[in-house]
Ligand binder design. Structure first.
Ligand code: FES
Ligand SMILES: [Fe+2]
Length: 348
């Protein structure tokens, strides 16, 4: 896992004035909204005896631990130990670290890292989110897989003809060849547009998504470090935060925008359809070995259709090479093709 990035970790709508546990990067955070609507984020672990603060209460913007009632204000300072006699000083170490948070595009983004504020990579730009003509839908999916494999799966154009032969890829199943495509590097991300021959796909949506009188349709896919992918198929746009929970678990939070069937009643149809497509991916992605996408670019074999996933792998390697690997104590998994690594290099 990588440090020094803003991680989209939860939908904004999920964070209220009630403390909410948010797992991320082998840790548990507690998030809540203060009376001004600002999201606060701390580790979900009381410095007294380690109880989960998310089981506690928010009182006047402060969070009160459920175990012995210690109360912490928004900068993390403990301001009350109920069992103390009046006048007994509060230990200086009774303090929570507050993590920087911002909200954008329907997600809460938490910064995890140790570089100064002015050096932090910016959030990606998603202007489509502001288009009121599009209907948005939030979806969530849990995988027993590492987020690196999921990012690569999301931006891999060659698997649909096989993995999704009975759904979104049915039109490609007979002709799985892909055109060569160009990669556009965009700061901390990259994208590629592919033009597909328009072929009838299985399922209910086909007649609505078909572009009349056109032989080709354009699909753009992209990624943005550390955990965002997007795809734009003209009438369906998808943003996904593949939230790294631990080395074996990822929770993907999807925001899907559509320009057809924009009535709320249609949401359930899209939920069901997305779930089917994700189940198809789940079987394959959870089978991949090693669990973590290799660091060494020569470990696995790349075809020309892998250009975009390879661009992700290269950018991730660059981040690891500049020392943005996560702290060594967090994970013990070896990601480098079975070879023993130096401690600094063991973690992604
Ligand atoms: S564990 Fe939180 S107050 Fe004791
Ligand atoms: Fe897929």
């Amino acid at each position: 896992m990588l440090k020094n990035f803003w991680y989209a970790c939860e939908f904004s709508s999920a964070i209220t004035s009630k403390p909410q546990r948010v797992p991320l990067l082998n840790q548990q955070f507690v998030l809540y909204r203060n009376s001004q609507g600002k999201v606060m984020a701390f580790l979900d672990q009381c410095p007294h005896r380690g109880a989960a603060l998310s089981l506690g209460k928010v009182e006047n913007d402060c969070i009160r631990c459920p175990y012995h009632g210690w109360k912490f204000q928004t900068d993390g300072t403990c301001i009350e130990i109920p069992a103390n006699q009046p006048g007994v000083p509060i230990p200086k170490k009774a303090h929570l670290d507050a993590y920087p948070v911002q909200e954008k595009y329907g997600f809460v983004w938490l910064f995890w890292g140790d570089i100064p504020e002015n050096e932090r990579p910016p959030l990606p730009s998603f202007p489509e989110v502001k288009n009121p003509a599009l209907r948005s839908l939030q979806l969530e999916f849990k995988w027993n897989a590492h987020y690196t494999r999921l990012i690569e799966n999301s931006i891999d154009p060659a698997h649909s003809a096989f993995v999704h032969a009975n759904s979104i890829g049915s039109g490609m199943a007979k002709e799985p060849q892909l055109p060569n495509y160009e990669i556009y590097m965009e700061g901390w991300g990259a994208s590629a547009s592919l033009y597909y021959k328009q072929q009838e796909t299985k399922g209910f949506f086909w007649k609505f998504v078909r572009q009349k009188n056109r032989l080709q349709i354009k699909t753009t896919r992209g990624f943005y470090m550390p955990n965002i992918i997007y795809s734009d198929s003209e009438n369906i746009i998808l943003f996904v935060a593949h939230v790294p929970i631990d080395d074996k678990t990822t929770i993907s939070k999807f925001i899907q925008f559509r320009s057809f069937f924009t009535q709320p009643w249609a949401d359930q149809i899209f939920r069901k359809f997305n779930s089917k497509v994700n189940q198809e991916d789940k079987l394959i992605v959870e089978s991949q070995s090693p669990k973590i996408a290799p660091y060494d670019l020569t470990t696995e074999i790349h075809a020309s259709s892998d250009a975009l996933p390879l661009a992700y792998r290269k950018l991730r390697k660059k981040c690891l090479d500049i020392g943005w690997a996560e702290e060594p104590h967090i994970s013990k998994l070896n990601y480098m093709n079975g070879h023993t690594l130096s401690v600094e290099r063991q973690i992604i």
